[in-house]
Design a protein around this ligand. Structure first.
Ligand code: NAD
Length: 282
């Protein structure tokens, strides 16, 4: 089987995936190609068979759930989220995994995730982060805006069904005035082009010790900037993007990478993001 890999999604636009995966293949000395395959939602059934020519592939919006019926098996992580972003072709059998959760967990592996954690936002990526935080034993507060009340209630129930002893509550972010060990942003607040926005008050940032912002454009969000200026530890979404890809290579080929190699790819990804958005200032 050839060393062909791809990303499927629609539309794909300026994806960081080829840059990240090509660097990972180079580091492991593999002859492999990684390209982009746009598949419109109505074409997935017809094109699913042709995906078997790849040794592995990634999946992004809108196919993360709809790909599942075309796979032979799904791993535990993908079953947990009913969402697949990475497929391994294991001798003709397509096995689906979720490596977004690995990327998130590794991004915050040195954070006190069993402490008081505030998660802002409970959409697609926020749901995964809430579930992983609860699995880490967090005393979890989900900070929401009023339109997300029902979504947050459903997520809370989902977590309690999975982990009946989970400590979890939902609060309007605007009403919060207490201290947290960790603040996680899973909302788009602060994302390019509205980079002058911050999802939490200065008072909350002052009282926390660790910040993780899932946004990767800009590379340093206003939330991260404020936290770092106060001497807090802050990490951005490029780390998660690279670390989910690192996990894919482990699943596809058993390849492992050093911290230095991973940090170098995170920096290269951040530079590319800045280049694509005109210096990262817009
Ligand atoms: P989404 O639209 O599914 O969810 C965002 C949620 O945030 C929504 O529920 C929205 O109502 C809520 N929200 C908006 N403003 C808020 C506020 N002020 N306070 C609290 N909640 C608020 O989006 P998503 O797919 O979950 O993506 C969210 C962000 O994560 C995007 O910026 C996306 O680019 C980024 N992302 C990064 C990675 C990565 O690997 N780093 C992966 C996926 C998504």
């Amino acid at each position: 089987m050839s060393g062909k890999y791809t990303l499927i999604g629609y539309p794909l636009g300026h994806s960081m995936s080829p840059l990240i995966h090509e660097r990972l293949f180079d580091l492991s000395g593999r002859e492999a190609s990684y390209d982009l395959t746009e598949i419109a939602p109505e074409e997935l059934a017809e094109k699913a068979r042709s995906l078997r020519e790849f040794k592995g592939f990634n999946i992004t919006i809108p196919h993360k759930q709809s790909i599942i019926p075309f796979l032979d098996e799904i791993g535990e992580s993908a079953a947990r989220y009913r969402s697949v972003n990475c497929v391994v072709n294991d001798g003709g059998r397509l096995i689906g995994y979720n490596t977004d959760c690995d990327g998130f967990c590794r991004s915050v592996e040195d954070y006190p995730m069993d402490g008081k954690v505030l998660l802002v936002g409970c959409g697609g990526v926020g749901r995964m982060m809430a579930i992983e935080a609860a699995r880490s034993g967090a005393d979890l507060t989900i900070g929401i805006i009023p339109c997300d009340k029902e979504r947050a209630a459903a997520l809370t129930q989902e977590i309690l069904d999975m982990k009946p002893d989970a400590r979890i509550r939902t609060v309007l972010t605007a009403d919060l005035d207490e201290s947290f060990d960790v603040i996680l942003n899973a909302s788009p607040v602060g994302m390019y082009p509205r980079t002058d926005a911050c999802p939490v008050s200065d008072a909350l940032i002052e009282k926390c010790s660790y910040v993780f912002d899932v946004i990767y454009n800009p590379v340093e969000t206003l939330l991260m900037k404020k936290a770092r200026a106060l001497g807090k530890t802050a990490r951005g979404g490029a780390a998660m993007l690279v670390l989910q890809a690192v996990k894919a290579h482990e699943l596809w080929d058993g390849d492992l990478y050093t911290e230095e190699q991973i940090d170098e790819i995170i920096r290269a990804t951040e530079q590319e993001v800045m280049k694509q958005s005109g210096g990262g200032q817009k």
